[in-house]
Ligand binder design. Structure first.
Ligand code: 13P
Length: 344
């Protein structure tokens, strides 16, 4: 696959009905996912699990990009094919998480994502290894006096600096300002925090001269906190999220690919579908799910090679359901007898 510029790559990544598989869990995070299914996390077990996803039939037609962790971009399959080539064969593009995680801001509860040091050199290498896009995640918490203006501004500045460097390496930056679902806050509080982040993010991207047509936004949906007793309907999530995006996101951005953030897999699909049924958006609206695409597969796999086919079916089903949601064509009865999973 050849692309003439980053705008071409961005448009390819948000082709109708296609979205991202986020498989870029750091080694400690995938370790926690494997602990939950009593499976030891080793280089080989991580490889086997990710390889089963990349070889599942649901990759074709539904997935345009896979976000990888450094280890996976360099890793070869059991039959010695580079995993990034397994991904390319399905028509999806390999991408890479480039941030280095979070650190506390002045010993407070708030955090700033790091990783700008040496980023230019790392991007040059990743591009030469075949990555076509990258991801950087900022983490924003809602609570007493949170998020502070200082935390939002510092994180959105870093996201803009990151995006500029990545575009100079001819890759598409996914910018991910995640307002967490943790807490008992209202949907209004989430709306307010998300608005402030997006407003600051696009002001920073513009002031650094980032080409918006070569960027993909990965935001949270506007939801009540996980612990709140007044949860929104899918239609209300869609309306509030759309309002927030229309007020803050420029029209020339090619696409928005939501994170799942701890929603159950079926809620994440239903909310994306409701957004696309609402319409009126100038950008593509799709998925970039980690947990919501993988939970059912992990529970089917349980670290056992005899369960690979079942795990692939579980993943493929979610990929297809999310394709339909990205087109606004999903319906609950298409889920059949499948259970809803969530991990938080
Ligand atoms: P979740 O969909 O599990 O939130 O993960 C998406 C992601 O890539 C977070 O950075």
């Amino acid at each position: 696959m050849t692309f003439t510029n980053i705008e071409d790559i961005a448009n390819y990544l948000v082709a109708d009905g296609k979205g991202f598989l986020a498989a870029d869990e750091s080694t400690p995070t995938i370790g926690k996912r494997f602990d939950a299914i009593n499976t030891e996390s080793t280089e080989t077990s991580r490889r086997d699990y990710r390889e089963l996803l990349f070889r599942a039939s649901g990759m074709d037609e539904n997935i345009s990009g896979v976000i990888l962790f450094d280890e996976t971009l360099r890793q070869a399959s059991a039959d010695n094919t580079l995993l990034k080539d397994v991904i390319l064969k399905t028509g999806a593009l390999p991408g890479i998480k480039v941030d280095k995680g979070v650190a506390s801001i002045n010993d407070s509860e708030e955090v700033l994502t790091g990783g700008l040091d040496g980023l230019e050199e790392r991007c040059t290498e990743y591009e030469s290894l075949g990555a076509k896009f990258t991801k950087w995640r900022a983490v924003i918490k809602i609570g007493e006096n949170m998020p502070s203006d200082n935390c939002i501004e510092a994180n959105m500045q870093a996201l803009a600096d990151y995006a500029k460097i990545v575009q100079q390496s001819n890759m598409v930056p996914i910018v991910e300002p995640e307002v967490l679902m943790d807490g008992e806050h209202s949907a209004d509080a989430c709306f307010d925090a998300t608005s402030r982040c997006l407003n600051s993010l696009f002001a920073n991207l513009e002031s650094k001269g980032v080409n918006i047509k070569g960027v993909i936004l990965k935001p949270n949906m506007v939801l009540a906190g996980q612990g709140s007793s007044s949860q929104l309907t899918h239609e209300d999530v869609a309306e509030l999220t759309m309002k927030c995006l229309l007020e803050n996101v420029p029209e020339d951005l090619p696409g928005i690919a939501f994170l799942s953030g701890g929603q159950s897999d079926i809620d994440a699909t239903a909310n994306l579908d409701a957004l696309n049924k609402l319409g009126g958006n100038p950008w593509k609206l799709t998925f970039s799910y980690g947990r919501a695409l993988q939970q059912a597969a992990l529970k089917s796999w349980l670290g056992q090679s005899e369960n690979v086919v079942n795990a692939q079916e579980a993943f493929s089903h979610r990929a297809k359901m999310n394709r339909l949601a990205a087109l606004g064509k999903w319906a609950e009865d298409l889920e059949g007898q499948k259970s809803s999973y969530s991990i938080y």
